[in-house]
Structures are given as C-alpha cells and as structure tokens.
Write a protein that binds this ligand. Sequence first.
Ligand code: ADP
Length: 272
Amino acid sequence: IRASYAPYRNEEEEMEGLIFLLQDITEHEKLETIRKEFVANVSHELKTPLTTIKSYTETMLEGGVDDPEMQQQFLSVIDSEADRMARLVRDLLQLSNMDFQQTKWEQQPIHLSELTQKTLTTMEHTIKSKNQQLVYQPPEEMILTNGDEDAIEQVILNILSNAIKYTPEEGEIRVYLQKENESAALTIQDNGIGIPSQDLPRVFERFYRVDKARSREQGGTGLGLSIAQQIMEAHGGTLHLYSREDKGTRVIMRFPLRGKDVETILETGLET
Ligand code: ADP
C-alpha cells in the first residue's frame, strides 16, 4: 500500500485540511511488470527470425551462395522464418482482439463429437508419421455445446497438436469425450515428455515454454495455451492441465452443455 497526502485548499487558497490517498500498488505493479515482460518477449520473438532472414538475405545478395542447391536451402530458411513471424503476428492479433473484447463470437450449436472427429482427421497424418497410437471411442450420445465452432476447433487442434508434438514417436494419445453433470468434458491425454512440476503453474502464461528450443523447433509460438484458455473462458468453459515429467500430460476441456435437450433439437433441428 502506498500512502500519500496533499493539502486541501478552498477557493481562497486557504488550507482547510489534508487529503490522504491510500493506494494498493501491488496489483498495479504486478500488471506493469507483466506488461513490460510481454513487450520484451514480443520484441525478442520477432527479432530472432528477423535476424536470420536479414543475414541469409545479405549473404545471398553479396553473391556468397553460388550453388543452386544451397540457394534453395537459404530460401527455404528465409521462407520458414517469415512464416514463423506471420504466425506470431496472427496469434498476437488474436490475443489483442480478445483482450479488447473485439472478437465476434458466433453463437451456434456445436456437435462436439463431430468436431472432435474432424480435428482427429485433420491431424491423422501427423500422428501416423510419428507412428503414434491414437485411441478414441466416440460417445454414443450426441453432445452439444454452444458457441463459435472455428474457435473451439482451434482449441482442440491446439491441445491435440501439443500432445503430438511433445510425445515421442510410438507414443500414445488418448481422447475421451463424455457428459458430466452440467458439462461436456473432452480429455486429450498423452504419454509424452510431460511438464516438470515447477513449470506447471506457468504454462498458460503468454510465451512461457518449458523448453524454448524444442518449442521453436516444432514451430510453436508459446501463445497456444493462453489463446486456448481465453477462448474457453469466453465460452463459459474451462481448461485444465495435469502433467508429470516423463510420464505424460492430460488436458481437460469442459464446455457447458447446450440448454435444449436432445429430443427437442432432434424435433426442431439445430438452429438456435
Ligand atoms: P507452444 O507453441 O510452445 O507449444 P503452448 O502455449 O501451446 O506453446 O504451450 C506452452 C508450453 O507448455 C510448451 O512450450 C510446452 O513446454 C508445454 N506443453 C504444452 N502441452 C504439452 C504436452 N502435451 N506435453 C508436454 N508439454 C506441453
């Protein structure tokens, strides 16, 4: 708490008393530190690919690379670093839009089992290429929530691709979708590298990565989980992550169930 005071004067400029100001600065300072760290992180994350692009381009311009194969290699590095910057900017814009409540969310019924299936199909190729085992038993009943399907798809894809990324070849990824009391729970579980307990509280922070080099190598921006959490919150849902180092990670997404019961929807169709 910061205390300060100033004299209070009336219209004749005579001192009539003192004004005391008590301010809780801890919260303010905390926010200020977070803001400064964020700016430092953004600058660093943008500077790294930019430095690579610049030095590769300069080398080529100076005529230092004659070999056409080498030239191709240089160009593909430049291309992928430019892609990284584009991803970063896209993620930052999305976060900023959500921060300023500028995101226009669709309000539509979402068929969660269909959507889960769709994301699994999207990632099927990557899972196969790592020789990972995918275990998923779709629920028999229809499970519906409400909201922006593209955004929820983005959340599921993000969690799923983390599970794939941070699980070695031949690993196993299990997916469960079930109804709980008031919500639908979608669980994605892997038996990959896991997260050390000291890092766990921070993984939802923007740019926080347990292993920066590994994440970067995999094309990660370190913003995925914070975006996912923000989308879930905007949908009245929650996102929980449990993990043990060298054992694996379990992420549970909980969505509010759509108000209408299934019979009514079957009778009247899916429109809101
Ligand atoms: P990134 O783009 O680095 O994947 P995320 O915000 O999605 O960023 O995740 C933050 C960090 O949390 C990752 O860098 C990684 O260290 C850790 N992490 C997330 N999911 C998993 C997982 N399934 N297994 C192990 N570590 C994970």
